[in-house]
Design a protein around this ligand. Sequence first.
Ligand SMILES: Cc1cc2nc3c(=O)[nH]c(=O)nc-3n(C[C@H](O)[C@H](O)[C@H](O)COP(=O)(O)O)c2cc1C
Length: 173
Amino acid sequence: MKALVAFYSHEGQNTVDFAVTQIKKGHTRMVAEKIAELTGSDILRIVPKEEYPFDYEACCARAKAEYEASARPEISIPLETLDAYDTIFIGFPIWYRSYPRVIATFVERFDFTGKKVLPFCTNEEGGFGMADLELSAAVKSKGGNVELGLSVRGKNAENCTDAVVRWLRMNRI
Ligand SMILES: Cc1cc2nc3c(=O)[nH]c(=O)nc-3n(C[C@H](O)[C@H](O)[C@H](O)COP(=O)(O)O)c2cc1C
């Protein structure tokens, strides 16, 4: 298996137990790094051309507007194709019960024909919400196949090793 862990994580103010907090490191980044460490995968942050605001409320305002407009914000990613990989882990925080629109930009950018896609997310509550269904449809339309995902509560991201190991096993990785 040659795998890529591609993720977006908001680096700034976020919520932990519904309180706005300055977190040390993005929750999704913590899970992404654990997956990469355990599987020996390459890892890549999906970088918005214009980073989302540090401030929580300002970030929410932009995220909501983009979601409602089905926006496809520009991203910087140092890859032309996914040809080097057979398995792609795609990670994101849940925003408004879905994924940040930069993830939509990422999926639409690449050909996923024959690729196995494993989604993972972090959130406050409610798991994937609509995100796994939406991602399945988006990846399928680009030729890939989405398998069982992993949802981690943000406050548990720092101690996600057991959950990640179990999930990899379930996916026979
Ligand atoms: C704009 C925005 C919208 C959010 N919407 C949801 C939501 O609908 N459901 C949820 O459980 N958490 C929601 N959250 C909380 C994040 O999903 C959660 O804090 C996540 O762990 C953040 O990951 P990150 O540090 O990698 O960005 C939202 C956070 C932000 C900033």
